[in-house]
Design a protein around this ligand. Structure first.
Ligand code: ZN
Ligand code: ZN
Length: 89
C-alpha cells in the first residue's frame, strides 16, 4: 500500500504522517503517536501499536525466533566442521 512516491522522508505505516523511526519488531516506520515504548531488558524499544496489539508489548517472541535461527546456523557450521574433520582422518 502507498508505494506511489519515492519520497525522502519515511511515512508512518499507521497514520501516514512523518515517521519517527522503525518498529523494533516489524521494521515498519512509525511516528511517535503510533508507537509505544517497551522495556526489552537493558534497552528500551519502540514498537508500533499494530505489533503491540498482536503480540503484546514484549519482544520475547522475536528474540526467541532470532535465537532459534542463530542456533540453526551454528548447528550447520558445526556439522560442516565435523564432516571436514572426518574427511581428513
Ligand atoms: Zn502514526
Ligand atoms: Zn510493528
Amino acid at each position: 500500500m502507498g508505494t506511489g512516491d519515492g519520497g525522502a522522508a519515511a511515512r508512518c505505516a499507521l497514520c501516514g504522517t512523518e515517521a519517527a523511526g522503525p518498529c523494533a519488531r516489524c521494521r515498519a516506520p512509525v511516528c511517535g503517536d503510533c508507537c509505544t515504548l517497551t522495556d526489552g531488558g537493558a534497552t528500551t524499544f519502540a514498537i508500533c501499536l499494530r505489533c503491540e496489539r498482536r503480540g503484546g508489548a514484549s519482544l520475547r517472541p522475536a528474540w526467541l525466533g532470532l535465537m532459534g535461527w542463530l542456533a540453526l546456523v551454528l548447528l550447520a557450521l558445526a556439522a560442516v566442521a565435523a564432516l571436514l574433520t572426518l574427511a581428513r582422518s
